[in-house]
Write a protein that binds this ligand. Structure first.
Ligand code: ADP
Ligand code: MG
Ligand code: MG
Length: 250
């Protein structure tokens, strides 16, 4: 689905990422851990193709095609979707209009909004006066309409209260068409031809209680330092901290 081959990324002229390699296969969900300021959001921005992020070396392949220099809207059309950490407020553009713009097909805005308990928000400006949890729900509503094959979520739990974490987690799981977890085992929700993949940045790992993750990576000082089992890696980080963790082979 997604392959990064030795990419380096500069943000507004400053080199942030070096030699990042990553392979996410169809149907896989990867999580990304790492301390603040290490370049996790930069990686997501570079994959999506936001203008501030310049790939200075390496290649990004999506569905086997080189997308390294494609504009952001073309990447979205090809099936990449993102929920960024702090999306802007869009005065004058309603949530309803936004969901319709995101919609690949003629989307059932009302029924999607019902699912996210956001019917009352459809007429409001995007993120205008929204709480942390409402912003996330509104972003996820847009992703439901877009139906991307590859979904990136930047700290989906941050700024979200306990009740909304369940809503956010279940919505993310729905978008990714993942199964639910029971006794540590993944139960497939339904069989589909399309194999959706994801990349989720998380500090707490709470999202993994809703979205089963296959592989975890730790980003440290601008590069991916180690990979392994998500639960083991999270336990290792909690026990030893990031620096120790990247030195231990999992
Ligand atoms: P993370 O998501 O891991 O917390 P980020 O990708 O947001 O980290 O940031 C990585 C680094 O890039 C940080 O040191 C941050 O200060 C720096 N950075 C972000 N935006 C800019 C910018 N516009 N100009 C220079 N440096 C930036
Ligand atoms: Mg951060
Ligand atoms: Mg970040």
């Amino acid at each position: 689905m997604l392959r990064l081959e030795g990419i380096s990324v500069a943000v507004d002229g400053r080199q942030i990422l070096q030699d990042v390699n990553l392979h996410i296969k169809p149907g896989e969900v990867h999580v990304l851990f790492g301390p603040n300021g290490t370049g996790k959001s930069t990686l997501i921005g570079a994959i999506m193709g936001f203008a501030r992020y310049t790939v200075t070396a390496g290649k990004i392949y999506f569905k086997g095609q080189d997308i390294t220099h494609l504009p952001v809207d073309e990447r979205a059309r090809r099936g990449i979707g993102v929920m960024i950490q702090r999306p802007p407020t869009l005065r004058g553009l309603s949530v309803r209009e936004m969901v319709q713009i995101c919609g690949k097909n003629q989307v059932e805005v009302e029924s999607l909004a019902e699912k996210m308990n956001m019917v009352d928000f459809l007429a409001r400006g995007v993120n205008e006066g929204f709480s942390g949890g409402e912003i996330k729900r509104s972003e996820l509503l847009q992703l439901m309409a877009q139906q991307p094959d590859f979904v990136m979520l930047d700290e989906p739990e941050s700024g979200v209260d306990i009740e909304n974490i369940a809503v956010v987690g279940q919505a993310a799981n729905y978008i990714l068409e993942r199964g639910t977890r029971k006794n540590g085992q993944t139960i497939k929700r339904r069989r589909t031809d399309r194999q959706k993949s994801g990349l989720i940045i998380t500090h707490t790992g709470h999202i993994m209680e809703y979205v089963p993750a296959d592989i975890a990576h730790v980003m440290y000082q601008g590069t991916l330092s180690c990979s392994g089992n998500p639960q083991e890696m999270l336990a290792c980080i909690h026990e030893k901290g990031y620096e120790e963790c990247i030195n231990c082979a999992l």
